[in-house]
Design a protein around this ligand. Structure first.
Ligand code: SAM
Length: 243
């Protein structure tokens, strides 16, 4: 099955993304650890440390899935704050809600089914909005960035953690080999689902590189946009502010 983006109509892409996440939801956390050798934990730690969330803050984690970021934010905001874990996919959200309860944070995190392209929250509401490994799955990224900008308070910040472009040729070659050969193989072996993991590799390839995403954020109205390359640019964390 070919899961590339450019050759499929918009609604079709959304449907395929939904199928992928319905099918991986139950095994998502374990596959994340396996396929990134646990490094995704470091990328997320770095993100929540840089987010600068204060006690009492309002935070939205969109495309939050099983809630790794939301759980960290819930500890940072304390009992006065508000954390919303939002995702378009009911299966992922269900696993996320269960994980929150398991972590003893069920009362602190509100789970909302929502599309990043048209967020169902008031204007100027959140201090911090984050999206981790989610933007590449969104069909209309410009609408999503505009929607995130709308729900942020003036002075609030957006953090986008996403696969990006490796900085060196050598790393890029090794990474290609890993994601196009090893990932689908492991996907078949562990989850009996090579297609979902082939989709993952392809979606990573088509995602905008560091500078393109920075320009898209500027275009959406964010100020002072900068990024940090993590693990040689395999992943980048972009940060921008609502003026
Ligand atoms: N943020 C989590 C993490 O870092 O582990 C989950 C990332 S997972 C790779 C991508 C998530 O994006 C899935 O849960 C999927 O349902 C969600 N997603 C895809 N398209 C979306 C959209 N348009 N709006 C909101 N969430 C979306």
């Amino acid at each position: 099955t070919h899961f590339g983006f450019q050759d499929v109509p918009k609604g079709e892409k959304a449907r395929r993304v939904a199928d992928v996440f319905h099918s991986v939801a139950a095994r998502y956390d374990v596959m994340n650890d396996l396929m990134s050798f646990g490094i995704h934990r470091f990328w997320k730690f770095f993100t929540t440390e840089l987010a600068g969330v204060r006690s009492g803050a309002r935070v939205l984690d969109i495309a939050g899935g099983t809630g790794d970021l939301a759980a960290r934010f819930a500890r940072q905001v304390g009992s006065e704050g508000e954390v919303v874990l939002a995702d378009i996919n009911a299966s992922m959200l269900r696993v996320g809600r269960d994980r929150m309860v398991d972590r003893g944070l069920g009362h602190r995190v509100r789970c909302v089914q929502a599309n990043a392209e048209c967020l169902p929250f008031p204007d100027d509401h959140f201090d911090v909005v984050s999206i981790a490994f989610g933007l590449r799955n969104v069909t209309d990224k410009d609408s999503a960035l505009a929607s995130m900008q709308r729900v942020l308070k003036p002075g609030g910040r957006l953090l986008v953690l996403e696969f990006s472009k490796p900085r060196s040729e050598l790393l890029s070659k090794a990474y290609d080999l890993y994601s196009f050969r090893a990932l689908p193989f492991m996907g078949r072996l562990v989850a009996d689902d090579a297609d979902s993991y082939r989709y993952l590799a392809e979606s990573i390839r088509m995602h905008p590189d560091q500078d393109t995403l920075r320009d898209m954020m500027l275009q959406a109205g964010f100020d002072r946009v900068k990024y940090h390359n993590l693990t040689g640019g395999i992943v980048a964390l972009h940060i921008g502010y609502k003026g």
